[in-house]
Each structure stands twice: as C-alpha cells, then as structure tokens.
Write a protein that binds this ligand. Structure first.
Ligand SMILES: Nc1nc2c(ncn2[C@@H]2O[C@H](COP(=O)(O)OP(=O)(O)OP(=O)(O)O)[C@@H](O)[C@H]2O)c(=O)[nH]1
Ligand SMILES: [Mg+2]
Length: 406
C-alpha cells in the first residue's frame, strides 16, 4: 500500500466557495459532510473558510487575500491539514502547498484516504491502491517539491525533470501491475458468482451511512460491520436469505457519496459488479438526513455510471425513528412552509406517491415495519423468480406457524 496522508488527531480547516450554482446554505451542507469525512479520517475541524467567487482562481483556487487569512490561521493555530471541498488541479495543489506549508487535501484525496484506512481484505486494498496511484500520477511533480522542502538543507538539490519522469514510469508500471492483479481476481469472482446457481440476486445500495449494513444484519441475522462513520463497508458481503418459502441472495456493498472520485468508481468496478448483476435493488435512504433527496440523486447518478440504473427497485426509507420535521407554529404566518416541515404522511404525498407500491418506511435500528419490508421484498423477488423459472422447484414448501405444510 502506498503512503497515505495520516489525519489522525490532525487539526484541520475546511475551505469551500459560494458560487452561482452553490449558495451559502448548500455550501454549509457540503461542508458539514466534509467535516464528517474529516472526522471519519481521524481529523478535527477547527475552522471553516468560505469565499464568494464566480470562478475559482486557476492558480490557488481561492483569492490571494483569503489565502493570506488562511495562512495566518494555519500558522497561529498549528493547523496540520487544509481540506478543500472541491477537486484541486495538480498545479493548484502544488501552489497552495507552497504557500501554506502543510498538508493540502481535496475531497477526492480525503475520500481515497478513508478508503485506504478502511480497506481490510487484500482485494479491497488492491482496488484502493490502484485508485491512489491513478490519483497520484498527474500530481507527481508537485509531490517532489514537497519532498524537497521536507528534506531541505545541504546536498538536496531540486529533482530534475528526469527524476520525475522515472517516478512517472514507476507509477505507470505499478498501475498496470495492479490492473493485471485485479483482472485475475475478477475472473475468480466471476466464477464464484456463476457457482451461486440461479437464485434471484438482490443488492442493497445507497448513500454512505444510511443503514445498509444494519438492515443486512437484521434481515439475514448476520454480523456485518456497521458504525456511524462514512464508508464502514468496502467489501461486498453476500448472504442467502429466506423469506417464507423463497430463498434469494442479498448483498451489502460500499456506500456512495456525492462526487465519488471517478478513480474509485473505476477501480471498484468488480465490487460494484454485484450491483450491476443484481435482479432487484433495495435503494436505502436515510430519511432523517436533511439532504436525503440530493443523496438519492447522487446514488442514481452513480448507478447510471456503472450501468445499473433502471432495474426493478424498492425505495427503502430508513431511520424513520430519527426523522424530526422542523416545527411550524400555526400562528406563524411569516415562515414559509418547506419540505423541512413535512411530516412523514406529507412526504408520502409528494413525488414519493409516484413510486406507487415500491416504497417502504422502516427503522432498521428499532426493527419498525420490518414485516412490511419482508412482505414487499418477498413479492418483488417472487415476481422475478416466477418469470424466470416458470416451472420452478426452488420455492420451499410453505409452513404455517405450527410447522405444518400448508
Ligand atoms: N436512528 C437510526 N439509526 C440507524 C438506523 N439504521 C442504521 N442506523 C445507524 O446508522 C449508522 C450507519 O449504519 P450502517 O449500517 O453502518 O450504514 P451503511 O449504509 O452500511 O454505511 P456504509 O457502509 O458506510 O456505506 C450506524 O450508526 C447505525 O446504527 C435506523 O433505523 N435508525
Ligand atoms: Mg455498510
């Protein structure tokens, strides 16, 4: 595994910009998420810097005055990492590093770092490593100045272009090696998937931290790692589940996020094969999150990217126990009623109504409405099952509660 930026106990500041497409409220929400990502990576956010601009500065992303403020703060407060919400170009990253003289990360770098920390199996590690090298390649020149500065002193001449070229070649070789390694594992996995027989395959998909693994555990009585941090799951777990008389395969996999780095989507292609090859998707949503609608869009966008959109899908709105609409007093005639004030009942009448029967409202944690969940999943799986195997003998005999055959 290549070096990762260690953010453990690191004091960090966040930087984001307000643009025409992204007003202050939106930026706030995005920075909340970036703060959660930083916390997941082990860092602590001390301050946020924001700036209004039409277009980012091509050299330093934010303007020079603002950069000076950040510089002062970094010096005075002993900040170890400065994290940008947007993707920085390799040149921007290099320039900013020169000014601030501390770790500079963008959103992609931060997400890659979390993936690197969390990858447990050699398969996940290989995929992350490939993504890291792809990210590193165009940034190599910048990295050298970094090393140069760190070592400094006598006898340390700046690296010539040739050394950077050598480095690029090494990284390129490494990338093609990792790709070959992944291709071999992919073949093995394909065979494994083929061996699973003809059972209907169901995949849990959704934004990170919405409760996919918790739901998997509840439904399949398994023990998949779940926690209140982002990207708890990086590997796919597949379990055989039986509802009433119907067996099927349920898989839990990596969560999605807004602007998931393309390097990661690409190198996690085979992990995501499970989603691509699924017959039915359970799109899990954290309805207690203020941005849940945007999360749905991000997930759909990634599903489109991996060519998994348009499959039969059940929308599973989870965490109903934690859903608290904002209060609107009856005599309050000034505050405009927005979706933040909707009760669950009101939500059901919105665009959710158009989803017809394909919606569910549950709490995986409190095991609320799980009967409804089982029934709807059963019906959807059965539908697929009987169209695929009209003369099928997979359906187990149904037993009543006394254990008698029906
Ligand atoms: N209040 C509430 N919390 C829940 C519910 N379901 C899950 N959680 C919590 O949400 C957090 C994330 O749960 P996970 O199951 O790890 O979520 P995930 O979707 O698998 O996350 P990633 O693997 O990171 O993509 C945990 O702290 C869970 O305890 C629920 O119904 N209600
Ligand atoms: Mg998970």
């Amino acid at each position: 595994m290549i070096e990762k930026t260690d953010l453990s106990f690191e004091r960090a500041v966040l930087i984001g910009i307000v643009t025409r497409e992204q007003d202050e409220d939106k930026l706030d929400e995005y920075l909340d998420e970036l703060e959660f990502l930083t916390y997941t990576a082990g860092g602590e956010v001390i301050k946020r810097f924001t700036q209004k601009m039409d277009v980012p500065n091509p050299k330093t992303f934010i303007g020079s005055g603002k950069m000076e403020d950040v510089h002062q703060f970094v010096k005075e407060e002993e900040i170890g990492a400065v994290i940008f919400d947007d993707e920085l170009s390799p040149a921007q990253q290099k320039n900013i590093e020169k000014i601030l003289k501390c770790k500079i990360l963008d959103r992609t770098g931060l997400i890659l770092d979390i993936f690197a920390q969390r990858a447990k199996t050699s398969y996940a590690r290989t995929q992350v490593e490939l993504a890291q090298y792809e990210y590193l390649l165009p940034r190599l020149a910048g990295m050298w100045t970094h090393l140069e500065r760190q070592r400094g002193g006598i006898g340390m001449r700046g690296p010539g272009e040739t050394e950077i070229e050598t480095d690029r070649r090494i990284v390129r070789d490494k990338i093609s090696l990792l790709k070959k390694k992944l291709a071999t594992i992919d073949k093995q996995m394909e065979v494994q998937r083929g061996n699973r027989g003809q059972l209907v395959r169901v995949a849990l998909v959704g934004y990170t931290n919405v409760g996919k693994s918790t739901l998997m555990n509840v439904i399949s009585k398994s023990d998949v790692f779940a926690e209140n941090k982002l990207f708890a799951t990086l590997d796919t777990t597949v379990r055989k589940v039986v509802i009433r008389n119907l067996p099927f395969l349920l898989s839990d996999t990596v969560g999605f996020i807004r602007k998931l780095p393309t390097q990661l989507v690409e190198s996690f292609k085979s992990t995501l094969d499970e989603v691509r090859e699924a017959d039915l998707l359970l799109h899990v949503v954290d309805i207690s999150h203020p941005n849940f609608e945007e999360h749905i869009d991000s997930v759909n966008q990634i599903l489109t990217e991996i060519e998994a959109i348009g499959k039969p899908t059940l929308m599973v709105f989870n965490k109903i126990d934690a859903y608290k609409p904002e209060k609107l007093d009856e005599d309050d005639l000034i505050t405009e009623k927005t979706s933040a004030h909707y009760s669950l009942k009101e939500w059901k009448k919105t665009w959710m109504n158009r989803l017809g029967d394909n919606v569910l409202f549950i709490s995986a944690l409190n095991k609320e409405n799980l009967e409804d969940f089982r029934r709807k999943v059963y019906e959807a799986v059965r539908e697929i099952h009987i169209t695929r195997f009209p003369y099928n003998n997979f359906l187990y005999p149904e037993y009543d509660k006394y254990g008698e055959k029906k």
